[in-house]
Write a protein that binds this ligand. Structure first.
Ligand code: GAL
Length: 397
């Protein structure tokens, strides 16, 4: 009963807003595109129960927000950790396809099965060696939560806090969070705003800004796990991936970069031409594959670190869905779900099986605060952190 009330609630919300009004107005001249648009909006409400996200965590209200356009895409995002719960785009036959894996309820995101699914990651995404770094001679100590290192902001990173949410229209959601001085051991009160924008071209643009009142370090990213054939459709090893990176940052056995920028040419890390993810996954004797248990590496983007540029393109082998990743960031962590366990259930009912989703985490390089030759992630008072990443969806022609 509770479930069906929730579905009705979200369906009502969807069907009283602009994109759906457009769809019904256009229905007089029904054509395939219009019906697909309606299907897609309906698909957003299919298995998502808004009520399952309405709660109070740390005294702050949580909810589920739906962005949608009139080109057949919609995204459901909760302000708990800024998580993309669902991202629906049309496949090559126009079928609405949920390309972002996620859970049905807020509780599951708070539980042990969560592996940063769909989350905003910070204050510093990726690893910091031994959970220590120094600024102006002062050493800061972070929570160790990944072998000997600190990962993705520490014990309670940005993925597990409640963000203030403002949704000014159907296609925009702005989330804000103030990370207090010394929160998780990081210096400075950091004011963060993250805006998700769904474009008419089926692109999801994420803009991150931050300011601080003390010198600090910041490296924000989004940790959505994609399966371009649709959540629950099995392995991602046959997806084709192309990454515009001639170099990558090799890591030690604890996944901390060695500091070198190694050429990808002649290695399983060469994705300069479209290649199936699984094609070289079992390359015998490759120490990097062994260290990370598969791809879980930062790629050094050609042309990275300035204007928005094309970082990668991925194609779903069954759906024909193409995802272009554009970013202003210099790096891209390509992670292929090597730690997915199969113990937990996604919203479609499918298990979170090994390598059934992948992440493209745009970012500065791992362990940047301790690696003098890597681009800096230091933010000073008076400066503005400002990065943008776009995940743009289309289909193979
Ligand atoms: C990735 C990281 C992986 C793993 C994953 C979460 O960003 O590179 O090693 O920790 O997050 O399970």
């Amino acid at each position: 009963m509770k479930h069906s009330i929730g579905i009705v609630t979200i369906a009502v919300a969807l069907f009283t807003t602009g994109a759906c009004n457009n769809a019904s107005q256009n229905s007089k001249t029904t054509n395939t595109k219009d019906s697909l648009t309606r299907d897609s909006a309906a698909a957003c409400s299919n298995y998502l129960n808004k009520k399952s996200f309405e709660d109070t965590v740390d005294g702050k209200p949580t909810d589920l927000y739906v962005l949608k356009n009139s080109s057949g895409a919609c995204a459901a995002i909760t302000n708990y950790g800024g998580r993309i719960v669902s991202l629906i785009v049309p496949d090559k036959n126009g079928k609405p396809t949920d390309v972002a894996v996620g859970f049905k309820t807020l509780k599951e995101y708070e539980g042990p099965g969560d592996a940063y699914y769909g989350a905003l990651v910070g204050r510093v995404g990726n690893r910091i060696a031994k959970g220590k770094f120094s600024l102006d001679g002062k050493t800061y100590t972070l929570f160790i939560n990944n072998g000997p290192n600190s990962l993705h902001g520490g014990k309670k990173g940005f993925q597990a806090v409640v963000w203030d949410a403002v949704q000014p229209n159907d296609t925009t959601l702005t989330l804000s969070y103030i990370s207090k001085d010394n929160e998780e051991g990081y210096p400075g009160n950091l004011t963060v705003h993250v805006t998700y924008m769904l474009g008419m071209d089926n692109s999801l643009k994420i803009n991150y800004t931050a300011t601080t009142d003390k010198k600090t370090v910041v490296n924000l990213t989004n940790h959505t796990y994609f399966n371009l054939n649709g959540e629950g459709s099995g392995t991602i090893l046959n997806h084709l991936v192309q990454i515009n990176a001639d170099k990558y940052t090799p890591v030690d056995a604890t996944l901390i970069p060695t500091g070198k920028l190694d050429p990808v040419v002649g290695t399983p890390f060469d994705f300069t031409k479209p290649t199936a993810i699984g094609a070289r996954i079992d390359t015998v004797g490759n120490i990097q594959m062994k260290n990370a248990g598969g791809y879980d590496h930062n790629f050094v983007l050609n042309n990275g670190g300035a204007a928005l540029h094309q970082a990668a393109e991925v194609t779903g082998d069954q759906s024909g869905i193409i995802m272009d990743v554009l970013t202003t960031e210099p790096g891209l962590q390509f992670y292929i779900g090597n730690f997915m366990s199969g113990k937990y259930q996604f919203k479609s009912g499918a298990a979170d099986n090994y390598r059934t989703a992948f992440c493209m985490e745009t970012q500065h390089f791992p362990d940047a605060p301790n690696q003098k030759t890597f681009p800096s992630i230091v933010l000073e008072p008076g400066q503005q952190y400002n990065t943008t990443t776009v995940y743009k969806f289309g289909v193979k022609k």
